[in-house]
Design a protein around this ligand. Structure first.
Ligand SMILES: Nc1ncnc2c1ncn2[C@@H]1O[C@H](COP(=O)(O)OP(=O)(O)O)[C@@H](O)[C@H]1O
Ligand SMILES: [Mg+2]
Length: 297
């Protein structure tokens, strides 16, 4: 049994670091599994294993901003990294990730896809870009195209939006691939103009966290990877409630709050997070931030 039963074994060696180096560790990106994340990743994996059919299924990950959509999609991509193809000109990439272009422009969609594969983007017509995209995606054996923040591409006039959705349908049909798109609720509304897209994209919701058993478990996991020597018992009733109220149910806010609290503790020679740390660490809840901005404007 370790002297620090509140910590995960991977965190123990960080305790020997000085406070500033521990702070650097706290700020490194990390990914924590939780039940809905595992379920979602399973659904993503199912797409990858789906036999080629003329209408491939696709998923739409819907949630508020800062709630872990991008991290989930990137986690999926990391477990299906491209590999070298000894016999071919291109890599083998069953999954690729792109950020949706900022407006409903078909040519921009092809540009972001080709650039993500370090391919030269033809400067000629949209159809030249489309043809090159199709031929490259065939070459790499693409199965799942992840398009993050797709709601950004679907703002604007409904004609442009429809053209963009048509381009997605065309890619899907031509290549028999699935899509994983992410977006806010606006995405649900935007695709509702096209029945075919709506039918093919199953929505998966990533709702705000509730103050329940899963949230307490998430706090225990965060606690186990924050390199503080004493247990904080973040899941205890008072702390849990206060953390929930401050972070307002978003995992991004929770992560920022706990980082800020842990850093404040270390800089003040403390080895755990208490109610006082939460109130003194300078963290401002999102709704409070918005309120302050609207008062100043
Ligand atoms: N599974 C996770 N484990 C730990 N931190 C996470 C996780 N998912 C999200 N986060 C934190 O939340 C922040 C926002 O997540 P992100 O995926 O960018 O949200 P969204 O795409 O929904 O706006 C991340 O930068 C990270 O700090
Ligand atoms: Mg995102």
């Amino acid at each position: 049994m370790s002297d620090y039963p509140h910590l995960h074994s991977s965190c123990l060696n960080k305790l020997t670091l000085n406070p500033e180096d521990r702070i650097a560790e706290i700020l490194k990106p990390r990914w924590i599994g939780y039940p809905l994340a595992h379920k979602t990743l399973q659904r993503f994996d199912d797409l990858l294993r789906h036999p080629k059919v003329s209408r491939m299924p696709s998923l739409m990950l819907i949630g508020n901003t800062n709630n872990g959509k991008t991290d989930l999609i990137k986690k999926f991509c990391q477990t299906h990294l491209p590999s070298n193809n000894e016999n071919g000109e291109h890599i083998v990439a069953p999954v690729i990730y792109v950020q949706a272009p900022p407006s409903p422009n078909e040519a921009d969609l092809y540009s972001v896809i080709l650039s993500s594969l370090y391919e030269r983007v033809p400067s000629a017509s949209t159809s030249a870009k489309r043809n090159k995209t199709i031929s490259v995606l065939k070459e790499i054996g693409l199965k799942v195209l992840c398009i993050d923040e797709l709601h950004n591409s679907l703002a604007g006039s409904s004609i442009k939006r429809q053209q963009f959705l048509n381009a997605l349908k065309y890619l899907g049909n031509e290549l028999s691939i699935s899509f994983i798109a992410s977006g806010t609720e606006d995405l649900l509304r935007a695709v509702s103009i096209d029945n075919q897209i709506q039918n093919r994209f199953q929505p998966m919701l990533l709702p705000r966290w509730k103050l329940n058993k899963d949230f307490k478990q998430l706090l225990c996991t965060f606690e186990s990877i924050l390199p503080l020597k004493s247990p904080s018992n973040l899941h205890s009733t008072m702390l849990c409630k206060q953390i929930y109220n401050l972070s307002e149910g978003s995992i991004g806010e929770l992560s920022t709050l706990l980082n800020q609290a842990a850093i404040y503790a270390l800089r003040n020679n403390q080895e755990c997070i208490t109610l006082k740390t939460l109130s003194d660490c300078g963290y401002i809840a999102p709704s409070e931030r918005n309120r302050e901005v609207s008062i100043r404007l």
